[in-house]
Design a binder for this molecule. Structure first.
Ligand SMILES: [Zn+2]
Ligand SMILES: [Zn+2]
Length: 246
């Protein structure tokens, strides 16, 4: 019996079926395709990257054809590039919430696979997630951004270095402060290890809302001597819809 007829028989018996990582419905993947987080055709369609015009520096959705948003023009973020998979809405938001609040770690594989699709071809020296403060980490038990970075590490083989950045402040000072005072206060939110010197890094987060946290984390890496930081986020929140500051 030839290999192709054997495959056909296998498929007809339903043995080649796999479960969609998102909706859990069994389906038959295309032959030869073995994904770490397989998606059925309907979910693959829903989870395709967002092609809407966005700011080149912070991935904020833009109505106009200008390459940068007003905020990035006035106050450029402290990173060399950004890749954001989609907008914080619909099923992508749902998948992020299922990971963060439901502890569904299979979502981390799915979202890590999303990031691997938009990651640049040139690999970094290391990847790391925006760290959480130990108090928050104890409360939830895990850092969803780190889980996504871990999935990306498993899928790409790139070194994951959680030791390179430490969060020293649990909260972002927000109310009653001028923008300048807030910036001063967020300076000390993170501390980079001395080993970041000269490294090119991918800094991973689940959602970017205001970008304040990401700016503070990337600034700590830059001031620690990192050669280049590229930000990878699963979802970007349009600024108007910003809820809890991140
Ligand atoms: Zn599905
Ligand atoms: Zn921008």
């Amino acid at each position: 019996m030839s290999l192709s007829s054997l495959r056909r028989m296998w498929k007809n018996l339903g043995l080649a079926q796999t479960r969609c990582a998102y909706c859990l419905v069994p389906f038959t993947p295309e032959t030869g395709v073995r994904a770490t987080a397989p998606l059925c055709p309907a979910c693959a369609e829903i989870f395709s990257p967002c092609g809407a015009p966005r700011c080149l520096r912070c991935a904020l959705p833009l109505d106009t054809e200008t390459p940068l948003c007003g905020e990035c023009l006035r106050n450029p973020p402290p990173w060399e590039g950004i890749a954001a998979y989609g907008l914080y809405q619909g099923e992508l938001r749902n998948a992020l919430l299922r990971l963060k609040f439901g502890g569904e770690f299979v979502m981390a594989s799915l979202l890590g696979a999303c990031l691997s699709k938009i990651a640049p071809a040139l690999p970094p020296d290391a990847l790391l997630a925006v760290p959480q403060h130990p108090v928050h980490l104890r409360q939830r038990g895990f850092n969803q951004a780190h889980e996504i970075a871990k999935a990306l590490h498993r899928q790409t083989g790139l070194p994951l270095r959680a030791d390179l950045l430490r969060r020293t402040e649990p909260h972002i000072p927000q109310t009653g402060l001028s923008a300048a005072a807030r910036r001063r206060n967020t300076r000390q939110m993170f501390e980079a290890a001395s080993q970041v010197r000269g490294l090119t890094l991918w800094l991973v987060d689940d959602v970017m809302t205001t970008g304040v946290t990401m700016r503070a984390a990337a600034r700590a890496l830059r001031e620690g001597g990192a050669r280049e930081t590229l930000v990878l986020v699963v979802a970007r929140t349009p600024r108007e819809a910003s809820g809890e500051p991140q």
